[in-house]
Write a protein that binds this ligand. Structure first.
Ligand code: FES
Length: 185
């Protein structure tokens, strides 16, 4: 199987399971069925259906995507193309805490890549992934609206600015210690 084929199957049930997918309860496909009934089945409704799926489930479950390909004119290739093109879509549920690292212009020129790398290394996940224990989801975003604090990140509703990689790691450690949920290195 080529790397491209694997990537294309990623969101679907016969692809490799995404991080944190193990032990996830089965999803209620009657909700997917209702969305299709309400929205329609034509190819040009792909974005609309994906938006509705994400609104209902909080992400795009592989089982629901498979159901859509079986019951509409939308192909898995089309779903994959749309879902990976638009940042709004995710293939895994959001963890209990959402970490958003800003990669807007101000943050980018002030070292956002190094902040992301520090968070990724500490949590052992990549952008848009959730830790195996379901506690943290990492996302890069375009701008958090606090450019004077660049580089910045948010954990849930709290903003942290003028970060260095070391400070980002310390914040994760402190946050985790306060929550008693995670032992960052
Ligand atoms: S560019 Fe990062 S907060 Fe605006």
């Amino acid at each position: 199987m080529s790397a491209d084929t694997t990537r294309e199957q990623y969101p679907f049930t016969d692809g490799p399971p995404p991080c944190g997918a193990h032990n996830r309860p089965a999803i209620d496909l009657t909700k997917t069925e209702a969305i299709i009934e309400r929205t329609g089945k034509s190819r040009d409704l792909c974005i609309k259906i994906l938006q509705e799926l994400q609104a209902v489930y909080g992400y795009l479950p592989a089982e629901a995507l498979h159901y859509v390909t079986e019951h509409t004119a939308i192909s898995r290739r089309q779903i994959y193309g749309v879902a990976t093109f638009y940042d709004q879509f995710r293939f895994t549920p959001v963890g209990r805490h959402l970490i958003r690292v800003c990669h807007g212009t101000a943050c980018h020129v002030n070292g956002a890549n190094r902040i992301s790398q520090a968070v990724e290394d500490a949590l052992r996940i990549k952008n848009k992934e959730t830790t195996e224990n379901g506690l943290f989801t990492l996302e890069t975003v375009a701008c958090l609206g606090c450019c004077s604090l660049a580089p910045a990140m948010m954990i849930d509703d709290t903003t942290y600015g003028r970060l260095t990689p070391d400070e980002a790691r310390k914040i994760l450690n402190k946050f985790s210690a306060e929550q008693k949920i995670y032992n960052a290195p």
